[in-house]
Design a protein around this ligand. Structure first.
Ligand code: B12
Length: 264
């Protein structure tokens, strides 16, 4: 958080039943057997987090010697929303037909993208949602765009192979999906991807995108990618972003011109 002198303050608290009541819901698991004692432990745990008015709403056995809790409690936390600064991609989007026509007119060749779920991660649903014909949430995937040439390499693809294949086809963008986040494996693997992109000489030449349920734009930038896309991303968000990136690399668009809020 940075301080912005002169900026009007905008204080916020959590909203539960009424504005500013500070009530939150949280869930967690403790390594104990479900019991009254376990419930008391969950309450104490929340009090030690600084929460008050703690109500343990659900106590459920998760596995042998593990109990899952859902708790309602009051957080006395107040934030000044005006002080928060974070990079964000706000895409001015064209429709499916408009974007295809725009590529034809401005780029005059098909935009080549490669995607995969890399490392040990087997979760392909996210990258499929972006690339497959069918797409996601009523939004066509990149394979459906006549002016995109999309290659989906699937799951557990080694970073080096994804980059090598993308390089062979002189790809415009490489899409990396990371879903499993246990022990921050998504960050380690993403850093390894960036190292490999540098090693194979494509870093800075291709647009590198990271996506997944625990990915946001800020994290992706920190890891060395050009952008990050999280839950709810639609294929058309990615298609529009990539097209503008290509135009920027061609010198036809200024950085930030097409994306209000994008990093400059
Ligand atoms: C389906 C699923 C599976 C399927 C995967 C099938 C497949 N072909 O993908 C199977 C059964 C194989 C599976 C296996 C495992 N799974 Co699983 N799985 C899920 C589940 C239920 C849904 C994930 C999903 O498909 N989401 C829907 C897609 C559309 O959402 P998404 O990935 O977020 O994608 C969107 C955005 O993030 C973004 N996006 C994603 N990638 C990219 C990439 C780019 C470039 C861009 C631009 C955008 C983008 O766009 C998408 C559309 O909006 C989740 C739980 C859940 N409800 O989320 C667990 C979950 C992800 N799995 C989990 C685990 C632990 C595993 C296993 C390790 C279990 C085990 N012990 O064996 C194994 C994985 C082994 C491995 N090596 O990876 C955990 C991960 C926990 C963690 N913190 O890391 C979860 C969260 C379940 C849980 N609560 O424990 N799993």
């Amino acid at each position: 958080m940075t301080t912005h002198p002169g900026r009007e303050k905008h204080f916020i608290r959590a909203y539960g039943d009424r504005r500013d009541d500070g009530v939150i819901q949280l869930s967690f698991t403790l390594p104990v057997t479900a019991s009254e004692k376990a419930k008391e432990a969950a309450k104490l745990f929340c009090q030690k987090l600084g929460l008050t008015d703690v109500k343990v709403a659900a106590v459920e056995r998760a596995a042998e010697n593990y109990t899952f809790f859902v708790v309602y409690a009051k957080a006395n936390v107040v934030l000044d929303y005006a002080e928060i600064d974070t990079p964000e991609i706000v895409i001015k989007k064209k429709s499916f037909d408009e974007l295809n026509a725009y590529i034809e007119q401005e780029i005059a060749r098909r935009v080549v993208v490669f995607g995969a779920c890399t490392g040990t991660d087997t979760h392909t649903v996210g990258i499929d949602a972006i690339l497959n014909m069918k797409g996601f949430a009523g939004d066509y995937g990149l394979e459906r765009y006549p002016w995109f040439e999309a290659y989906n390499l699937g799951s557990q693809v080694p970073n080096a192979e994804l980059i090598r294949r993308a390089k062979e086809k002189n790809a415009d963008a490489v899409l990396v999906s990371q879903v499993v986040t246990q022990r921050d494996v998504h960050k380690d693997n993403s850093r390894a991807f960036i190292d490999e992109a540098k090693k194979q000489g494509v870093y800075g030449k291709m647009t590198l995108l990271l996506g997944g349920p625990r990915v946001d734009h800020k994290l992706a930038l920190e890891l060395g990618f050009d952008a990050g896309f999280g839950p709810g991303t639609k294929p058309s968000d990615v298609a529009n972003f990539v097209v503008h990136q290509v135009l920027q690399r061609m010198g036809k668009e200024q950085k930030g011109a097409a994306f209000e809020g994008a990093p400059t």
